[in-house]
Design a protein around this ligand. Structure first.
Ligand code: AMP
Length: 125
């Protein structure tokens, strides 16, 4: 059981299949630690997902169980993807859903990079 309390990692979740090349994705960046690709149902003009290359169901699982080089490499990839896409000005939002109350749909840790327009308040309500 991952530390987050979510079910064990499902090797056939959609992002695991993207990592294995079984499902296509519009990739924007890849290195030894992370893969970034466009969200299939964008919620903003720029909506990119960044995922670590490892079997972690959530941000809690990743922080607790991933090796330090992967944690560092992943977070470096997140910010460098944003910079390379030209998002630093006028800014962007990084968001990670974890578990039921956040509405996490895909049980492979990922962060959303959202940009391209004023994004409004942090939460809908
Ligand atoms: P979350 O609710 O945080 O788990 O977000 C999951 C995200 O994955 C949603 O924004 C989906 O639109 C996105 N998504 C689901 N399947 C795919 C896919 N095959 N390629 C790209 N994005 C996907």
């Amino acid at each position: 059981m991952p530390v987050s309390g979510l079910p064990p990692y499902d090797e056939n979740n959609i992002f695991a299949r993207i990592l294995r090349g079984e499902i296509p994705a519009r990739k924007v960046y890849e290195d030894d630690f992370a893969l970034a690709f466009h969200d299939i149902a964008p919620k903003a003009p720029v909506h990119v997902l960044v995922i670590p290359k490892g079997p972690y169901v959530s941000i809690s699982d990743f922080g607790a169980a991933a090796p330090a080089d992967l944690v560092a490499g992943f977070w470096k990839a997140v910010s460098s993807v944003a910079t390379s896409l030209g998002l630093d000005q006028p800014g962007y939002r990084v968001l990670a859903n974890m578990g039921e109350h956040a509405g996490q749909e895909v049980p492979h840790f990922h962060v959303h990079l959202l940009a391209g327009k004023p994004l409004g308040p942090m939460l809908a309500d």
